[in-house]
Design a protein around this ligand. Structure first.
Ligand code: ADP
Ligand code: MG
Length: 697
């Protein structure tokens, strides 16, 4: 255990003044983000090499990436014809010899001696036989002395130009013993808290990360830092959750069945067991005096809309208004139409509010909302952008929340008198990830599709098969069906890409399907035009709808059975899954055709979609392939970024952190207790901006 050392002076010292650093190396360290001694202590290895990863020299083959340990039996500097000077050394172990080559590093001749025992790792190439080109090497010892590499774990640090692995390792090794005791003063957790989480104290963790005796020690060290990361994110979420679910003034919602019962009787289908369960969770939240702050995750087509509608009717029955926010005009308009149809004959007024209403329409809508005449308000983010004043808003629903950022969700929760909040997502993600990212929300999962859904037959086609795809569309249209052809647009505002999509539409209309009825829809169109085209498609007056990704979310036309996606490789798997969900909504067999340029890697990725229709599985694959940042896209700024925590590996840590954080906040919501000042301080210094975003900063 470290001895407490007063003050942070040593850790705050510029790294330049540490042993073995100096101004030139300090410059390189700056590039790594290492400015102070503290930064150096936290500059931990990105991976490790150890004996179990070491290959026998005799077994090396060209094309392998390998780590070997051997004695330097000869060495020297060669000059290539290009003038490049190359350091070479031959390593030997009991199984054979290998030549190692370091182009452009003749100076190594002064560092590496004959008789040294070297660990080297890198690719094995073919060059007059096998040759290893080390990315990294370490001198383990020299000559006859018995170098026992079997027990060694070698840290490999992130490094940069002008700072070799060896030098960086040396700098850290020289200062580690002096710095570690000071880390004790920076420990934010109490021993009993660390015990509850099953992780070591900070100095021990850092020592294990820098100087592990075994890989297991390094892993314990990583877990300690991972716990700290996830704990503070969960603490932030717990505070946001406490705030968002604080008891509301006024009455809780009371079910009278005046509206819910008639809707239930009117529905042309029975709710699935999952819908009924999620609805019970929602009703329990709404009937309790605390505010609801709940996320419903459900795959495409799992029937989220009708669940939201029942929740909205509960609000209306109780004398409140409800708002439903959708990410696009088209979707808002469709919700508006569907809700009106479902509510036909019931005394419920639905009002649509989008950014594209005319001045007079808008004034009228605002007036109905303000007077309370409007019971359900459907809109886009116009709902939160304009100063909409509600008469008595009780429930705010966000549809397709992955299209919104945290800020927009928070803004919606601030509308009117702080309504209950229901957030719906059609991008199902693993539970552990949902709790990591949306930890401030309670989670409900719609894990069942309504009965009778058919598989959507999905195939990947190279560009040269396009004609047969067109023939197929023609055949389906001949049978009375409709088709979508989608072009990728990263941003609907991208003029160049938009022109390409429009040009394609013109070509299809003039040359490929001159006899069919084609429509075009994209994000830059006027609302009326878009709406008109969409209506015509929904009414079966168009055969083929050419579109950009504006149709990605929610569009529901049961007679459409073909979805062709051009340049499918440019989309994420989850987005393709969403697009695919636009077909297969009726009784007829449906098809999804992913057109791609024939790149085998892209095709392999797309094959995941051909294999499964499980949105969870697709999301998992997508996350693995693209990482969190790309998966969630630019809208989800405010995603926590983790260096150590991994939601897949660290689910146990996550659950502990979530439990501990919620318990802490329950006992001390404002972290006002002096004993909790340490947590406040960390939140403010490290997570200030996020905390403010969640309204708890
Ligand atoms: P999503 O979850 O993708 O938003 P929707 O709410 O749009 O799905 O529902 C998809 C379709 O399934 C709609 O046409 C809806 O009327 C229908 N639907 C919803 N629930 C059921 C059910 N329990 N049984 C049959 N059809 C249902
Ligand atoms: Mg939907």
């Amino acid at each position: 255990m470290p001895v407490p050392v007063p003050g942070y002076a040593l850790l705050d010292r510029p790294v330049q003044y540490l042993k073995g650093v100096g101004p030139r190396r300090a410059e390189a360290l700056e590039r790594l983000g290492v400015h102070t001694a503290r930064d150096l202590l936290h500059h931990v290895p990105r991976r490790y090499e150890e004996a179990s990863t070491v290959a026998r020299i005799g077994s090396l083959e060209v094309g392998m990436d390998a780590t070997v340990i051997g004695e330097v039996v000869s060495k020297g500097v060669l000059k290539a014809r290009s003038g490049l000077r190359i350091f070479q050394a031959v390593l030997r172990d009991e199984s054979g010899l290998i030549e190692c080559s370091w182009p452009g590093q003749p100076f190594l001749d002064r560092t590496i001696r004959k008789g040294d025992i070297l660990l080297a790792s890198g690719p094995v190439r073919f060059f007059h036989g096998r040759q290893l080109q080390p990315r990294e090497y370490v001198i383990l010892g020299h000559g006859e002395e018995d170098v026992d590499a079997s027990g060694k774990v070698l840290p490999i640090y992130p490094t940069t130009e002008g700072l070799s692995q060896r030098v960086l390792r040396g700098i850290i090794a020289q200062s580690l013993d002096a710095l570690l005791p000071h880390a004790g003063a920076e420990e934010v957790f109490r021993p009993e808290e660390l015990r509850a989480a099953g992780v070591p104290a900070l100095p021990q963790a850092l020592e294990w990360l820098h100087r592990p005796a075994t890989l297991a020690e390094a892993e314990h060290g990583r877990r300690r830092l991972a716990y700290e990361e996830i704990f503070f994110v969960q603490l932030l979420h717990a505070r946001a959750h406490a705030r968002a679910t604080a008891e509301r003034r006024g009455i809780p919602f009371r079910r009278t069945d005046e509206l819910i019962a008639p809707l239930y009787r009117k529905l042309p289908f029975r709710l699935t067991a999952a819908q009924a369960r999620v609805l019970r969770e929602i009703v329990a939240d709404m009937e309790s005096p605390r505010r609801m702050n709940r996320l419903v995750q459900g795959d495409v087509g799992s029937g989220k809309t009708v669940v939201a509608l029942f929740a909205m009717l509960l609000a209306v029955e109780s004398g409140y208004q409800a708002a439903l926010m959708a990410p696009t005009e088209i979707l808002a308009e469709q919700h508006d139409r569907n809700l009106r149809a479902l509510l036909d004959g019931l005394p419920v007024e639905v009002v649509l509010l989008t950014g594209r209403l005319g001045a007079a329409e808008r004034r009228r809508a605002l007036e109905r909302i303000g007077s309370g005449a409007a019971h359900i308000v459907v809109g886009t983010h116009a709902l939160i952008q304009d100063a909409v004043s509600f008469h008595r808003l009780g429930l705010a629903v966000v549809d397709e929340q992955h299209r919104f950022g945290v800020r927009q969700r928070m803004a919606l929760a601030e509308l009117g008198d702080s309504p209950d909040v229901l957030v719906m997502s059609a991008t199902p993600i693993p539970r552990s990830l949902a709790l990591t990212i949306y930890g401030d929300l309670d989670l409900s999962v719609l894990d069942e599709l309504p009965p009778g859904r058919q598989r959507i037959r999905t195939g990947v086609r190279p560009a040269h098969k396009r004609q047969s795809v067109y023939d197929f569309i023609r055949q389906q249209v001949g049978e009375g069906r409709q088709a979508y052809i989608v072009y990728p647009l990263v941003e609907e505002s991208d003029k160049v890409e938009l022109r390409a999509a429009v040009a394609e539409y013109e070509r299809l209309a003039a040359e490929v399907f001159p006899d069919l009825r084609l429509g075009l829809i994209h994000g830059q169109m006027a609302a009326e035009e878009k709406d008109c085209t969409m209506r015509a498609f929904a009414a079966g007056e168009l055969d083929v709808l050419v579109s950009t990704t504006v149709i990605e979310v929610g569009i529901d036309v049961a007679n459409a059975t073909v979805m062709v996606i051009e340049h499918a490789e440019r989309f994420g798997l989850s987005q393709l899954h969403q697009l695919r969900g636009r077909v297969g909504r009726g009784a007829a067999e449906s098809f999804c055709i992913l057109m791609t340029d024939g790149d085998p890697e892209a095709s392999a990725r797309l094959d995941v979609l051909a294999r499964t229709e499980d949105g969870f599985e697709i999301a998992r694959a997508d996350l693995r392939l693209r990482g969190m940042g790309d998966f969630f896209g630019p809208r989800q700024h405010g995603l926590p970024s983790f260096r150590f925590f991994d939601h897949e590996r660290d689910e146990g840590l996550l659950m502990t952190a979530r439990r501990e954080a919620r318990r802490l906040v329950e006992a001390d919501p404002e972290l006002a207790d002096p004993a909790n000042q340490r947590f406040r301080t960390v939140l403010e210094t490290r997570y200030g901006e996020r905390a403010r975003m969640y309204g708890v900063g």
